[in-house]
Design a protein around this ligand. Structure first.
Ligand code: URP
Ligand code: ZN
Ligand code: ZN
Ligand code: ZN
Length: 511
């Protein structure tokens, strides 16, 4: 028994640290079942019926509600420096908003410019994030340039710094873009380390050419952003990235799948057995590119991100593939800029800082479009909002699962409650919301992060800087089991045959 030294604070703390979620339906990726969940000191300690729990435990009635793992947003850019400015949702506001929407972990991209070595960039991002994050987080590493010095740091990042995923860019010419031979070397290097390569798949040379052409025609508005990046620009690069990865049997994760052609490329590759994962985002599932033609410049510019949103039939197409298992998990690419920042490109769409919101709304948008529509059941919803991400990035079942021993990142979810998304009421710092006016069924009533209630009765109690860095170890079995088997099963076999012993012509040297 603990002997409280100071009765009052200890009592307060224990009430906070011990929570019983009673009477709810637990939803995991593989099954739903009626069970109570007992949480203590940040972990799920017991799961089942008629639990014997210590006194002083706070009981929360979850009758008629679902109890599920907190969301994992696989793709964020908090306070990203981009296009001469910095994304307005920083690690504090961004993760606070994440919690408000039921996301309890973010995976953010370390993304610095050419010339900055990955370890220096990592330290910079750790300093920025560590002081501010309100929920747990991990990092993917953006490789914006490639040479032997960069390459030498990858084993350190993998073995000592908790990084197992590296993003390459086929777009952003002269900024982040790598050539195919460099990407091949990244793929080989990551494969040798048991890491995952992520790709921003768009043909940067074609985009560069198209932008010049459109500007010369006097098309300077946000519609030019979409016109410069037609569907085939994303589809071709996705196909090429998959082909490159397959040559060296390296797992590939296609970030922000924004179009049908890219999703189909992923689907076809998976049908052939390739280890490829596709990540649609809240934006590509919840809205579309018709907004680029809106007469209000700010409205149109508010949707500018890369790859761009596509036609009005795309969200449902992507949602269908996500529901049936062709696409794997969901992020947001949350990277937000206010009107005055977007206005850097008021006379030239190529200067509009790229990025949209999503971190707060992803869970509700996917419930609305996926579960409320009848396309996916709650188990599939959990799979695509947390479990699959945890498996790919090798933090399952610590994250993405309701089980004894898992982290207490837990939601009490009301599938029947509704809320209407608006920039006027969201917790993000950005002054615009791409889902403005969307009514969503599916609302987090209670959000528990690290075993603490951070949202209840609509009140947010997020704390700056309490989020922990969650290392993502290499050789995720969910990813590498098949890679390793395929290395053996697809190894080139030499044909044993009798040597040719007939005549060979002589090649005469010309003088
Ligand atoms: O528009 C976007 N996606 N901005 C963030 C950078 C990236 O490509 O993910
Ligand atoms: Zn990208
Ligand atoms: Zn408008
Ligand atoms: Zn991104």
């Amino acid at each position: 028994m603990n002997t409280p030294l100071k009765k009052f604070p200890i009592h307060l703390q224990s009430a906070q640290n011990r929570i019983l979620l009673k009477g709810g339906k637990v939803v995991n990726h593989d099954r739903m079942f009626d069970a109570d969940v007992y949480i203590e000191d940040g972990y799920i300690k017991q799961l089942g019926k008629d639990l014997v729990i210590p006194g002083g435990t706070r009981t929360i009635d979850a009758t008629g509600k679902m109890v599920m793992p907190g969301g994992i947003d696989t793709h964020t850019h908090m306070e990203l420096p981009f296009g001469g400015t910095v994304a307005v949702d920083d690690f504090y506001h961004g993760t606070r908003a994440a919690l408000a929407g039921g996301t309890t972990m973010i995976m953010d991209f370390v993304l610095d410019g050419k010339g900055v070595l990955p370890l220096d960039a990592y330290n910079k991002w750790m300093d920025k994030a560590g002081a501010k994050v309100c929920c747990d987080f991990s990092f993917h590493m953006g490789l914006t340039w490639w040479n032997d010095k960069v390459k030498e740091e990858l084993p350190i990042l993998c073995k000592e710094k908790g990084i197992n995923s590296f993003k390459v860019f086929m777009a952003y010419k002269d900024l982040f873009m790598l050539r195919d031979d460099e990407i091949l070397d990244v793929l080989k290097t990551c494969k040798s380390l048991g890491a995952i390569v992520q790709v921003h798949a768009e043909n940067g040379d074609v985009i560069d050419e198209n932008c010049k052409k459109l500007l010369a025609l006097g098309i300077t508005g946000p519609e030019g952003h979409l016109m410069a990046r037609p569907e085939e620009v994303e589809e071709e690069a996705t196909h090429r990235a998959i082909m490159l990865a397959d040559q060296v049997n390296c797992p590939l994760y296609v970030v922000h799948v924004m179009c049908k052609g890219a999703a189909d490329a992923v689907r076809r590759a998976r049908m052939r057995g390739a280890v490829v994962f596709g990540e649609p985002i809240a934006a590509s599932l919840g809205t579309d590119g018709t907004h680029y033609f809106n007469k209000c410049w700010r409205h149109a510019a508010g949707h500018v991100m890369a790859p761009p949103l596509k036609d009005a039939t795309t969200p449902e197409y992507l949602l269908n593939l996500l529901a049936n298992g062709d696409l794997e998990c969901t992020g947001t690419d949350n990277c937000t800029f206010n009107a005055d920042q977007k206005a850097l490109g008021k006379d030239d769409f190529t200067k509009i800082p790229n990025g949209v919101n999503g971190v707060e709304d992803r869970m509700s948008v996917i419930w609305e479009k996926g579960v409320h529509s009848g396309k996916m059941d709650p188990c599939r919803y959990v799979a695509v909002t947390s479990t699959n991400a945890a498996k790919i990035f090798n933090i399952y079942p610590r994250k993405g699962h309701i089980a004894v021993g898992s982290d207490a990142d837990v939601l009490v979810w009301d599938p029947t409650a509704t809320r209407t998304i608006s920039a006027a009421t969201h917790h993000q710092k950005v002054d615009f919301n791409i889902f403005e006016g969307m009514e969503c069924h599916g609302v987090p009533l209670i959000v528990i992060s690290q075993g603490r209630v951070v949202l209840e009765d609509g009140q947010l109690h997020a704390t700056r800087g309490v989020g922990r860095f969650i290392p993502t170890p290499c050789y995720s079995q969910y990813v590498y089991n098949r890679i390793q088997t395929r290395d053996v099963s697809r190894a080139p076999q030499k044909v044993d045959r009798e040597a040719y012993d007939g005549p060979v012509i002589e090649i005469k040297m010309e003088d």
